[in-house]
Write a protein that binds this ligand. Structure first.
Ligand code: ZN
Length: 494
């Protein structure tokens, strides 16, 4: 008994000596000026907001790859370069469109916007289906019909577009010719909807023959400002038809880079397991506004990129037992497309990828904290606390669970496949003016950042990666988590 206690004491003393050494090394090697220089490059006006598909987005990818190379970070085993080409369908919204239903007619923009579309004439009998959810559609014959539904599912707190996607799929499969949803402005004004729906939209393109032509099922939102349009539709005589004309819509396939780097672990056995570090490098580009038109994206997600590069430089010199992979994701702002592409086409097998630490930030407002989105969802909550406190910070859980940030960044592309994942972000405790004045604004510039804090944040991040990379316990989901089943399947666990 005595020897056991002595042994445990010795082991924990050695561990804490090692831990202290590691913290000392991190303090000595992580350099504020270096971190700042990444941000001043990546979020400079010259990078014009790094929008997916632009030259500046390619330059950002090239910058990340060349930093990797200079640090001794390698391409992934078996890969020829640092770049993974992501294949996307870029859909340009219609330039003209008109709709007539019974004796009413509607015009593009003023009354109608398209979620997806294709050019042509579409005509059919109108069928009103309530919200158009699974139960609403049960037993209905939709073949050849123009399906009219209300947007969403009746819950004002839920996002509407996921329901549009779901309904679109269901009615298309049932042979409908178009989906028209009636939108009654509540939380969001019509102007914002117009802005969001017009312009370009992106989706993953898996290269199937004909997918390009099939891409745009006609799916529109129709403004119903006062709710009287709904009464009109409900009162339509059976057999009333609708016709829709669409023009000027286009689909193009483009390829954009993800950047993938790799550091081999120091332990002959554990190096077979990989800790993934993710951060998106794209942002939303430039747009026509008065004054500054460049959306620099210093916070979103210049911080994530600078942090990834800072971690890469340190970890290449001080690798933990497990191997480390870096995925700088493209097209996050287009719907997490770069990370979703990677998860469908992993460069390193997902079953060897045992954890993902993401960084994605819209901003921070508490420089005494780090906010871990998914803090208690995996088995290493205590390591986050240890890592933060070593640099005078406190690790806290996401204070805004109702915003569902977990499922809105690249970590979810891994989580959905079963890989335990969190987003380890600069500290925020609420959504206040300090966040909204920069979040997706031209004001999100590198000279507005607190580099003393970000250096501390980055040190805590690196320490967390090291602790997880060396961890001897089980890396997995907290029991009962919604991604636990996917994890069991991925790793073949009971
Ligand atoms: Zn972001």
């Amino acid at each position: 008994m005595k020897t056991t206690i002595l042994f445990i004491l010795m082991v924990s003393t050695i561990l804490s000596v090692n831990a202290q050494k590691l913290v000392k090394t991190i303090n000595a090697q992580v350099d504020k000026e270096e971190l700042r220089s990444h941000l001043y490059f990546i979020a400079s006006d010259a990078m014009r907001g790094r929008n997916t598909g632009t030259v500046e987005n390619e330059i950002a990818a090239q910058y990340i790859a060349s930093r990797f190379e200079s640090y001794g970070v390698k391409p992934a085993p078996g890969a020829e370069s640092y770049f993974q080409q992501v294949s996307l369908m870029k859909s340009v919204s219609p330039r003209k469109a008109s709709l007539s239903v019974g004796d009413k007619s509607f015009e593009l923009e003023t009354d109608m916007v398209f979620y997806t579309a294709k050019n042509g004439s579409f005509e059919g009998e109108v069928i009103y289906v309530g919200y158009g959810l699974e139960d609403d559609l049960k037993g209905l014959d939709l073949k050849g019909k123009v399906v009219v539904a209300k947007t969403g599912n009746g819950n004002p707190n839920e996002r509407l577009t996921p329901y549009t996607i779901q309904k679109q799929k269901a009615v298309k499969e049932a042979g409908a010719v178009a989906l028209i949803e009636l939108f009654k402005p509540g939380r969001y004004p019509w102007k914002l909807i117009q802005y969001y729906f017009s312009g370009e939209k992106y989706s993953l393109y898996d290269g199937e023959e004909g997918q390009e032509k099939e891409a745009g099922f006609p799916s529109a939102w129709l403004l119903d400002q006062e709710g009287d349009l709904l009464s009109y539709i409900e009162g339509l005589a059976a057999g009333t038809t609708a016709s829709l004309e669409v023009g000027g819509q286009g689909n193009h396939v483009i390829k954009v880079p993800n950047v993938v780097g790799y550091i081999e672990g120091s332990d002959p056995k554990l190096k077979e397991e990989v800790i993934m570090i993710t951060a998106h490098f794209d942002h939303v580009g430039v747009s026509k506004v008065d004054g500054d038109s460049i959306w620099n994206g210093a916070r979103d997600n210049g911080i994530g990129v600078a942090n990834m590069l800072t971690a890469a430089e340190f970890l290449a010199k001080n690798p933990p037992k497990r191997s480390i992979a870096f995925l700088a994701c493209n097209a996050e702002e287009k719907g997490l497309l770069g990370s979703r592409w990677y998860a469908e086409h992993p460069v390193i097998p997902l079953e060897k990828t045992v954890y993902d630490l993401n960084t994605d930030t819209g901003g921070y407002n508490d420089v005494t904290k780090v906010t871990v989105v998914g803090f208690e969802r995996t088995s290493v909550t205590n390591l986050f606390s240890t890592a933060a406190s070593a640099f005078g910070l406190e690790a806290i859980d996401d204070p805004l669970p109702e915003e569902n940030y977990y499922d809105r960044s690249d970590n979810v592309s891994f989580a959905a496949k079963g890989v335990p994942a969190v987003s380890f972000d600069p500290g925020y405790t609420e959504m206040n003016e300090e966040i909204t004045k920069y979040y997706h604004q031209p004001a999100d510039e590198p000279q507005t950042l607190d580099y003393d804090y970000l250096t501390k944040y980055s040190k805590a991040y690196i320490y967390a990666v090291s602790l997880i990379g060396n961890y001897s316990g089980d890396l997995f989901w907290t029991a009962g988590d919604k991604y636990e089943e996917a994890g069991k399947e991925l790793y073949g666990r009971d």
